[in-house]
Design a protein around this ligand. Structure first.
Ligand SMILES: *Cc1c(COP(=O)(O)O)cnc(C)c1O
Length: 450
């Protein structure tokens, strides 16, 4: 029995994997990874896999990056963790200073959590609690877009709208207001992304006009609804939303957990609309994909509504054990160094253009409805019928065929349903992009053959 198999067996005996029907592993083995290096993941028997999905969208500078490694090692020798209530440490202070400097001006405060979903919980509680503190307890509802995703904890799930994850738990979830997404996949023929996104805003405008008195905040994933199938929209929607939130006295929460730190082509997606949200949620690439950490950034107006004598009972009494963990902060500081020193946003432009070029012919495939791209995310939508855009029945799991083909060809492509996508670490090379494109093409051929 080979080493891969041995670890596989031991895994299957004791683990329960995330987002997985464990029975699938009877015919689709778990792949044990021995080590990572740059864009590559290596198993125990000499096979390697190009990490085309950045290990669930977290890794931006490659695995075992020497620079980040060193920074974390140095931190490990001086302080691994300390309680962040009443105490502090240099990595969290430096990181907060840098985040405040690099995000839009109104965002001046950093509140830490230890994963993306918790960060969403923080944002929702903070918004509701702000309105409570200023004497508007009736503002307690949240507006979300169809097909959005904000994580798996109960409140995060409630403001999400991906049925696959949400439906089962519906009886446990708070009631939210769901507005049609500006998703440009559904634009009419001949209509531009901008026009479509603008048109779709009328739904949001109407909801806010009618219900703003009971609404605390609108939460959106700016520009890309990632878990919802890498569906994309135009920045004009964010601009209109910012204006409307100001007009109606409603908070705007940006969940940039997946898209922050350069993914959309700008450092933060909100920059493309030239706006600042009231609350900005960041995680995933924040630590370069090294350690779990999230930060909920907000402005002085919100911060000041909590600032009072203790007896007023206005404080934000929220915490997580590992809040502001120094090792995670060290990884984040090293990641920000690499982002700033490497001229990354510029170099990514060339890589994005190369991804577009390498997949330009995919639109002609008889089962590809759309190839769409925003910055360093490129998605290919497979459909049963190109003319009507009829989707493949989900039970057919076409995406898995692409996944399995890719594994045999040194690539880890992990489609979302029938959407094949590239969301690679920024250290990918043009040659590697070409390889991914050819593997994806063959995979799509195989997956759509019958
Ligand atoms: C991944 C993700 C989350 C949840 O983050 P976790 O760390 O997985 O809990 C929230 N929002 C968006 C947009 C995400 O992509």
């Amino acid at each position: 029995m080979g080493l891969n198999n041995e670890w596989m067996q031991r895994d299957i005996s004791v683990l329960w994997h995330p987002c997985t029907q464990m029975k699938d592993h009877e015919h689709m083995p778990v792949i044990p990874i021995q080590r990572g290096e740059g864009i590559w993941l290596h198993d125990f028997e000499g096979n390697r896999y190009m990490d085309a999905v950045s290990s669930w969208w977290v890794n931006i500078f490659g695995h075992a990056n020497p620079y980040i490694n060193q920074r974390v090692k140095d931190q490990l020798d001086s302080l691994e963790h300390v309680i962040l209530a009443g105490f502090s440490h240099t990595p969290v202070i430096e990181l907060s200073e840098r985040l405040v400097k690099m995000t839009p001006d109104p965002l001046t405060r950093c509140f830490y959590a230890d994963n993306g979903s918790s960060c969403i919980e923080v944002a929702l509680k903070m918004s509701f609690h702000y309105w409570l503190n200023i004497g508007k307890p009736q503002k307690k509802r949240f507006v979300t877009l169809t097909n959005s995703y904000h994580g798996e904890t109960l409140a995060a799930l409630a403001v999400g709208d991906v049925a696959l994850y949400k439906e089962t738990y519906q009886p446990l979830l708070m009631d939210v207001i769901t507005v049609p997404s500006p998703d440009c996949y559904y634009r009419a023929e001949g209509v531009s992304w901008e026009e479509h996104s603008r048109q779709m805003f009328t739904h949001m405008e109407q909801t806010l006009a009618e219900q703003h008195e009971e609404i605390a905040a609108v939460i959106v994933e700016p520009l890309i609804q990632c878990a919802g199938g890498m569906r994309m929209y135009h920045p004009v929607y964010l601009k209109l939303l910012r204006e409307a939130c100001d007009r109606y006295g409603v908070h705007l929460i940006h969940d940039e957990i997946a898209v922050g730190f350069g993914r959309t082509g700008s450092l933060f997606a909100c920059e493309q609309a030239d706006i600042a949200p009231d609350v900005l949620c960041l995680s995933k690439a924040l630590t370069g994909g090294y350690l779990p950490m999230a930060v909920c950034m907000t402005n002085d107006t919100i911060y000041q509504a909590f600032y009072d004598d203790y007896e007023s009972m206005r404080a934000f009494l929220h915490s997580h054990s590992y809040t502001g963990n120094p090792l995670a902060c060290a990884a984040a500081l090293a990641t920000l160094d690499l982002l700033e020193q490497g001229n990354v946003i510029e170099t990514n432009k060339a890589l994005s253009a190369h991804m577009a070029k390498a997949t330009a012919h995919f639109v002609d495939h008889p089962h590809v409805a759309e190839v769409r791209q925003t910055g360093m995310v490129l998605a290919i939508e497979m459909v049963k019928d190109k003319a009507t855009r009829e989707a493949y029945p989900w039970q057919e799991r076409r995406g898995i065929r692409v996944y399995q083909h890719a594994l045999k060809n040194q690539a880890m492509l992990r489609p979302l349903g029938s959407v094949v996508y590239f969301m690679p670490p920024y250290v990918i090379t043009p040659d590697q992009i070409d390889h991914l494109a050819s593997v994806a093409w063959e995979g799509i051929q195989l997956a759509t053959r019958d």
